[in-house]
Unconditional design. Structure first.
Length: 352
C-alpha cells in the first residue's frame, strides 16, 4: 500500500503541509520535529512523488539518456550502469536509442524538455550540434568518440588509445606488414591522402565512421616508424558473416609479397571470422600472422587462439558521466569540464 503525506501527518499529529515542509527541508518546522517526521516517513516506507514535484516546479528526479544502442559492441553495458547508478540516487531514467539519426535525436530532446528531466546524457560525435540544446537542462553531458573543445561538460571517449597501444605492441614484436579489416565503406580518396602522408590539408570524411578512424589510428603507428602502408593494407568488409568474410579473403591473392604478418579487425566479429579463415588455410596464428580485434567481447577468451582486443572501459565511462552529472546538479555554477576516457589494449595469445 502506498504511503502518502496525509498518512504521515496523521501518524505524527501534524498537518500535511508541515510534513511536506519537513521532507523538503524548508523553513517552518523545528529541526527536532523535522527529524521526527523524516524518521517516521522512512519507517512507514514513504516514497516521494517525483511527478508531483515536477508539477510544482521542482526537480523531477529523472535523467534522459540518448545513446546509440546499435553495433556489435554491448553498448547496453554503459546505459545499464548509468540507470543503476541513477536508481541508487532515487532518480528514474528514460533510455532512448538514437540510432545516430538526427530526426530521432531532435524529437527525443524535445520530449526530454517536455518531461522536464533534470539531466541529459547524450552520445553524439558532433557535439557542436547539440551544445545549445544542453542549456535546456539543469545538467548535461555529451560523449563523443572524437576530440573537441566545447563549452559544456564533455567526455572524449577515446577509441584510438587502445588501438595505438595494440599497434605499438605489434611493432615491438617485429611485425612490419599490417592489414586492416575495416567494417565500413572505405573512402579511398581519404585513404590515399592518408597513405601518402599528405598533411597539407585536413582529411575530410564523407561520414564520421568510427571504423575508419580505427583504421587510421592503427596504420598511423606503422607510418610513424617509417613503414610503408600500401592500399591493399585496407580491406573493405561490410559484413560480419564468416562466409562473407571468407569470400572477401578468398579473393585476396596470398603470396610472400602480399602476406601480412599482423591483421587488425575493426570488430571482434571480423577478427573471429579472420581467425577461422586463417585456420582453414593452415596459416598459423600468431606464428605467421598476429590478429587483434576491437570491443573485447566476452567470448574473446574462447576463440582459438584467444583473441587480443581493445577494451571499451565502459565502467570508467559510466563513473565519469555519473560524476559530471551529479556534481553539476549539486553545484550548478561549476565551470565546464572536458575530460577523456581512453579505451585500452587487452593482450591475448592471438597477438603473439
Amino acid at each position: 500500500m502506498t504511503v502518502s503525506i496525509k498518512d504521515i501527518a496523521k501518524k505524527a499529529n501534524v498537518t500535511p503541509t508541515a510534513v511536506s515542509m519537513a521532507l523538503r527541508g524548508r523553513a517552518g518546522v523545528s529541526s527536532q520535529k523535522r527529524e521526527e517526521i523524516k524518521n517516521l516517513a522512512q519507517k512507514m516506507g514513504y516514497r516521494p512523488s517525483f511527478l508531483g514535484r515536477a508539477l510544482q516546479g521542482g526537480k523531477t528526479h529523472s535523467i534522459g539518456i540518448l545513446w546509440s544502442l546499435c553495433g556489435p559492441h554491448p553498448s547496453m553495458n554503459v546505459t545499464r550502469d548509468l540507470t543503476l547508478r541513477a536508481m541508487r540516487r532515487e532518480y528514474i531514467s528514460y533510455v532512448v536509442d538514437s540510432l545516430s539519426d538526427p530526426v530521432i535525436i531532435d524529437q527525443t530532446l524535445e520530449d526530454f524538455v517536455r518531461r522536464r528531466v533534470d539531466a541529459l546524457i547524450i552520445l553524439h560525435d558532433r557535439p557542436g550540434e547539440v551544445i545549445d540544446r544542453l542549456k535546456a537542462f539543469p545538467a548535461g553531458v555529451v560523449v563523443s568518440h572524437y576530440p573537441h573543445q566545447v563549452d559544456a561538460d564533455y567526455i572524449y571517449y577515446d577509441l584510438t588509445a587502445g588501438i595505438r597501444q595494440m599497434a605499438r605492441y605489434f611493432l615491438s614484436k617485429g611485425r612490419r606488414r599490417p592489414m586492416v579489416l575495416c567494417g565500413a565503406p572505405v573512402d579511398w580518396q581519404v585513404v590515399n591522402q592518408f597513405l601518402s602522408n599528405d598533411r597539407s590539408r585536413p582529411m575530410v570524411f564523407n561520414s564520421w565512421s568510427t571504423n575508419m578512424v580505427k583504421t587510421y589510428a592503427f596504420l598511423s603507428e606503422f607510418q610513424t616508424q617509417g613503414i610503408e602502408v600500401k592500399p591493399e593494407s585496407v580491406v573493405d568488409v561490410l559484413s560480419n558473416d564468416p562466409q562473407d568474410v571468407s569470400k572477401i579473403l578468398d579473393r585476396w591473392q596470398i603470396n610472400a609479397a602480399t602476406m601480412p604478418d599482423v591483421v587488425f579487425a575493426s570488430t571482434d566479429h571480423l577478427a573471429a571470422a579472420a581467425l577461422k579463415w586463417f585456420k582453414s588455410h593452415k596459416i598459423k596464428v600468431p606464428e605467421t600472422v598476429a590478429v587483434g580485434g576491437f570491443n573485447d567481447e566476452s567470448l574473446c577468451d574462447y576463440f582459438d587462439p584467444p583473441l587480443a582486443s581493445v577494451h571499451r572501459n565502459d565502467k570508467a565511462l559510466a563513473v565519469e558521466i555519473d560524476r559530471l552529472i551529479f556534481s553539476r546538479l549539486e553545484y550548478p555554477d561549476l565551470p565546464s569540464r572536458n575530460v577523456e576516457v581512453p579505451m585500452s589494449f587487452v593482450w591475448r595469445e592471438s597477438a603473439g
